[in-house]
Write a protein that binds this ligand. Sequence first.
Ligand SMILES: CC1=C(CCC(=O)O)c2cc3nc(cc4[nH]c(cc5[nH]c(cc1n2)c(C)c5CCC(=O)O)c(CCC(=O)O)c4C)C(CCC(=O)O)=C3C
Ligand SMILES: [Fe+2]
Length: 410
Amino acid sequence: MAPDTSLSTPTPAAGPTDPTLAQPADDHSADQPAAPYDALLLYSFGGPNGPDDVLPFLRNVTAGKGIPDERLAEVAEHYHHFGGASPINAQNLALQEALRDELARRGVDLPVVWGNRNWEPYTREALAAARAGGAQRIVALVTSAYASYSGCRQYRENLWAALGDVAVDLGLPDGEQPLVADKVRPYFNHPGFVQANVDAVTEAYGKLDADAAAGARLVFVTHSIPDTMEEASAVSGATYSAQHLDVAATVAAAVGERLGRDVTWDLAYCSRSGPPSQPWLEPDVNDHLEALAADGVRSVVLSPIGFISDHMEVAFDLDTEALETAATLGLAAVRADTVGTREPFVRGLVDLVLERAALARATDAGLDAPQGAAVGALPAWRDVCRPGCCRQRAGEPSGIPAACSTDPWS
Ligand SMILES: CC1=C(CCC(=O)O)c2cc3nc(cc4[nH]c(cc5[nH]c(cc1n2)c(C)c5CCC(=O)O)c(CCC(=O)O)c4C)C(CCC(=O)O)=C3C
Ligand SMILES: [Fe+2]
């Protein structure tokens, strides 16, 4: 079935398609391509920096989530296996540097602050720093490429709460926001993200010997989510899994062109965490490798398209667990890089920030915005979340306020 793009396509642009033409005459957008934004918030998950951080971090992540104790103990072990520190913080620092370099290279004056939902530096500190530096309006770039509760609304709920915390810290009058905050759209189908994945997967094929590469199954991997969250993600136009299938098809076709042959691919999941009674997206990558081996497949390339850097889900669930499963099964296996700080990805993120700024200027001026760049069968995602987008589960509104939406309360 063709995806119903009508739900996620922004109002077709009746106005000019060149963003520079959409500016009011007195706008200095050529000098200030990031206007009206005064700062960019690199907005991430967070992770522990040492053994003492592990438990409090896990408590932050799982507060009120009903994750079984056994699962928590197991995940704590994953972190302790790596000395109690997640690689995610160093990776975000590297991305912050890369964004600063790319902005500077283009002559864009936009400070980049970094804040996390679940560990230091917390979002609240990053927002306070931006405001102390004179910022009035910021744009948030979430380190999750796909739209679902975990990758979209949960970030927006926490952003709303952090803005409220800063307002209290500053003693602002009730209801006054310390900053106006917008958000970059989910960017899974942005050309930069897709291009960086195509490069990484092509390179991974090059790491297998010729025979193994010729027959290798391409297995895309992402974070599993509960089926209820998957169903609720449909409101934004295509479900979380459908977004991945779209990216996977685009990447596999481009890799096939580069390699000069058809590439057979699947999508599998990792990092399931709820109680066994709760259905989550399947197949699990380990189960899938078993099924492939039973089918006679001899080699695989694992491509973690669900993640943007080699954080713990990749370092443990793929590099430790899944590669071990592959070895036990006698499969030749390589894991493709995540996009990390690859040039097409970082350039694409800066394109997205400037695209978002052009949209904000057009909206402020009452003009239509140009359609954003996208590859694959799905359209560019909405920049401002539609009512009811990315809820934890379908049904009654949660009543939890969320930033960057037309309906913060549903
Ligand atoms: C879709 C998705 C992404 C991808 C999008 C994105 O990148 O944001 C993601 C990323 C991440 N998830 C991470 C860590 C954890 N996620 C957990 C739990 C959960 N994740 C979920 C979903 C996702 N998670 C869900 C539905 C849960 C159940 C509880 C809940 O509904 O919230 C738990 C609790 C223990 C466990 O059960 O695993 C931990 C420790 C880290 C940091 C890694 C590091 O430290 O390097 C990162 C980047
Ligand atoms: Fe997670």
